[in-house]
Ligand binder design. Structure first.
Ligand SMILES: *[C@@H]1O[C@H](CO)[C@@H](O)[C@H](O)[C@H]1NC(C)=O
Length: 460
């Protein structure tokens, strides 16, 4: 008798526990944060200035003269014979880039190109936030444009989206959705003011961008991001899941490897089907272990520097156009294709034009933002590897564009651990880390496809 009762109690406890676990799991967990103040000194009395001010990129003869003088005074260091890009940016290639920058590149024309879209600034939490706001010229009758925030990363800028923006705001196919696009600069990047206080991480940027979207009158919107933009938009989905209708990312390294990911690393090679691994997954995830470890050490030195002492190296880069171009453009070479390290010219102009590459460098140069852009690593890694956001899943509908040359390959199984509502996963035909800039057409298509899926779900 006693034994039966005990069994019943145990079963009841087990069932109850299981139900509790399932309810807990299905509940949306929301990331919490507080308002910050990132301006210099103490916050002023009274409310914040919430005006929105048009902004125009400008330049001057002095700015160009200063730049040319510094390029002329660079002290070349010859690269080792046959070293290509394996010791870092190749000296001969740098010479070519600097010659073009000095004699061919037309910054005034690129400034006009930058100003082809409307720029604005508005003050949030004590710092000026810069953004593009591009509205479609026409919207099909009976429909409205879908708001979409797109967030860049390092060492990129809002300019990475210049090829993508028209494809989303003025799609040529009448069956395509029309977007209204907002591209902010992360504080400390480009024309957004740098935080004056310690601690400004991806969650702080996400909180500020929510305020920006509210200030612009958007209650609900889509979000897209790669590199840091992936983490910032992911944090936006975690902070206010109701405001983010859908999240589209093209980069998503696992932040908190749990049991399924660990098991898949240990056993995935032998039992690929068990983990849903494709041939591409196997090829990207399981080169020999030594190669994987050596590769990641070879390519992550910049990250270690930026996550620890950004202000030291950064000062040199901020004074030297040659140093800055080498530091930034090395990433546009290697992160587009690792094989480019074995080319004399780093393959730089295989996928990008020097005009586009140097425009991105000039955004860092003219705004003097390289040091503050590097600090973002220190702030994000400074909270420890297991920051609160890394433990919280994302419940908003998510789409992932899986580009074959991305730095870190992320199979579907890994994504699903974090993004519990993964509605689209596209193995992309080609492209690397700067996919929005390298393959704007493919990216636009994937954003279209993903958004259509989400909108269809909402309609039923
Ligand atoms: C988008 O969807 C269309 C139609 O289903 C498909 O042909 C195309 O390959 C998709 N493109 C991308 C990049 O997802």
């Amino acid at each position: 008798m006693m034994a039966i009762m005990l069994t019943e109690v145990l079963v009841a406890l087990l069932v109850g526990g299981l139900l509790y676990f399932l309810v807990q799991r299905s509940r949306t967990q929301v990331l919490r944060t507080e308002d910050g103040w990132w301006g210099a000194g103490a916050p002023p009395d009274g409310g914040e200035d919430i005006t929105i001010r048009p902004f125009t990129v400008s330049t001057s003869a002095e700015e160009l003269e200063d730049l040319y003088r510094r390029i002329d005074q660079t002290r070349p260091v010859p690269s080792l014979e046959d070293s290509h890009f394996t010791y870092g940016f190749n000296s001969q290639c740098l010479h070519t880039v600097l010659s073009y920058w000095r004699n061919g590149f037309d910054w005034r024309r690129q400034v006009d190109r930058l100003n082809q879209y409307p720029h604005f600034k508005t003050t949030i939490e004590g710092i000026d936030i810069h953004y593009l706001h591009v509205k479609p010229k026409t919207v099909p009758e009976g429909s409205t444009a879908l708001p979409l925030i797109m967030v860049h990363g390092w060492p990129g800028s809002f300019y990475e989206f210049y090829g993508l923006i028209p494809l989303l705001t003025e799609p040529s196919d009448p069956s395509h959705l029309v977007f209204e696009v907002v591209c902010p600069s992360i504080p400390g990047y480009g024309f957004s003011e740098a935080p004056h206080k310690k601690g400004f991480d991806s969650v702080c940027a996400a909180h500020i961008f929510h305020k920006l979207m509210k200030r612009l009158g958007f209650q609900q919107f889509y979000a897209h991001g790669g590199d840091w933009g992936w983490l910032v938009t992911t944090n936006m989905a975690q902070l206010e899941p109701r405001s983010v209708r859908g999240l589209h990312v093209n980069f998503a390294p696992p932040s908190n490897p749990g049991l399924p990911i660990t098991l898949s690393i240990m056993l995935g090679r032998r039992f690929p089907k068990l983990f849903g691994f494709t041939d591409l997954d196997i090829e990207r995830l399981f080169p020999c272990m030594e190669k994987l470890v050596v590769e990641s050490i070879k390519e992550s030195g910049y990250m270690h520097i930026q996550a620890t002492k950004p202000d030291t190296v950064g000062r040199g880069l901020n004074d030297s156009p040659a140093g800055l171009a080498a530091y930034i453009l090395e990433k546009f070479s290697t992160w587009t294709s690792r094989d480019f390290r074995d080319l004399e010219d780093g393959g730089l102009t295989r996928k990008f034009s020097l005009d586009d590459l140097l425009t991105n460098v000039m955004i860092y140069w003219t705004s003097g933002c390289i040091v503050s852009s590097m600090r973002f690593y220190k702030e994000n890694f400074g909270k420890g590897l297991y920051a609160p956001h890394s433990k919280i899943p994302v419940d908003v509908p998510t789409g992932f564009a899986c580009f074959p040359n991305e730095l870190m390959h992320t199979p579907k199984l890994w994504l699903k651990q974090k993004y519990r509502n993964l509605v689209a996963f596209t193995p992309m035909a080609r492209g690397g880390h700067f996919a929005a800039m390298e393959e704007p057409q493919l990216m636009a298509e994937d954003i279209q496809n993903f958004t259509k899926i989400v909108e269809k779900h909402r309609a039923v």
